[in-house]
Design a protein around this ligand. Structure first.
Ligand code: ADP
Ligand code: MG
Length: 303
């Protein structure tokens, strides 16, 4: 029988994968699988030669979304599926979730095609409370910033930030800042092979006065945690909603991360559903690396 071959897709800045994913290579080798890291936009990679390509640290696509999706569609055996990625890469999916009754952050969506003036942006920013401005296509908190209510300086910076994103053709989200994130942080629920695996707690990333990050990603402070019943229920609901929207390609996704922050009343709110290239924090939970490696092998050999 020929050797099963798996590629873990990454970006050129991290050719040897993110340190959290790198141990997967050894875990797959232990299972008799030939596993390599491969850079998604490297023209020399023969993607069709792999039994499975698993998307991992491909974190440099936010301004090359079309190229990235085009690449995903050329890979014969990709997990998650290219159409799941194409749908999930743009946070407009949160709008659909909101319409389906899931608790999401109240969001104002700004469309670059409307060519909003600075004054028009100004009138759309919240009058009370801190708020966040971010592009709909982004990862690792890139181009994301928090603004303080009612200081003229913050308002000026916020308008420039939104305007620059819109001028470069990007869609923009304006959200109230969820203050509970400063108190309890953000919970990430990690699902492997469609089943809940483990949870992590991440500190708030946006301090007041912090400028939008342009780097590959912003460093995260993370620890392992227990998920509450309410958080788990919301995670399941989000995955069921994806299934309703996308059908069979979203059955038992190889990996998923559901990011949750409490609202002011303490009830969980969905901040993001990451089905594209989430950090999975495999090192933060006993057995997670083995569970993921087993799931990858099962898929790579299932054909
Ligand atoms: N409305 C918000 N309230 C509080 N913090 C936010 C809000 N939106 C984003 N953040 C912070 O910014 C980080 C990145 O935003 P997120 O929506 O998760 O986008 P991505 O991770 O894709 O860059 C979050 O992990 C969180 O710390
Ligand atoms: Mg996030």
């Amino acid at each position: 029988m020929p050797t099963t071959r798996v590629a873990l897709a990454t970006c050129s800045v991290l050719p040897d994968l993110d340190p959290d994913d790198a141990p997967l290579l050894g875990a797959l080798a232990d299972r008799g699988v030939e596993a390599v890291a491969a850079v998604w936009d490297d023209p020399d990679v023969d993607w069709a030669s792999f039994d499975l390509v698993v998307v991992r640290s491909t974190w440099d696509y936010s301004q090359r979304r079309d190229d990235y999706i085009a690449w995903a569609r050329t890979v014969p055996h990709l997990a998650n599926d290219a159409e799941v990625l194409a749908w999930n890469i743009d946070k407009y999916y949160l709008k659909t979730f909101g319409e389906m009754g899931l608790p999401i952050v109240r969001t104002l969506w700004l469309d670059p095609d409307r060519h909003l003036t600075s004054q028009a942006i100004h009138t759309r920013l919240p009058a009370h409370g801190d708020y966040v401005i971010k592009p709909t296509v982004s990862s690792g908190a890139r181009d994301t910033a928090r603004y303080q209510e009612n200081t003229a300086q913050a308002r000026g910076q916020a308008i420039l930030h939104a305007r620059d994103l819109l001028r470069s053709g990007r869609h923009v989200m304006v959200q109230p800042y969820l203050n509970q994130i400063d108190v309890v942080g953000e919970t990430g629920l990690i699902f492997l092979d469609g089943k809940f695996s483990h949870a992590v707690r991440k500190n708030a990333m946006l301090t007041r006065g912090h400028r939008p990050t342009q780097g590959l990603y912003q460093e995260e402070v993370m620890r392992s945690t227990d998920a509450s019943e309410a958080e788990l229920a919301l995670g399941q609901r989000a995955l069921e909603a994806v299934h309703t929207i996308l059908g069979d390609i979203a059955t038992d996704l190889l990996y998923a991360r559901v990011d949750i922050v409490p609202g002011d009343d303490g009830d969980p709110i969905l901040l993001e559903l990451e089905l594209t290239e989430p950090s999975l924090f495999l090192g933060k939970s006993e057995g997670a690396l083995d569970r993921f490696a087993d799931a990858i092998v099962a898929r790579a050999t299932a054909k």
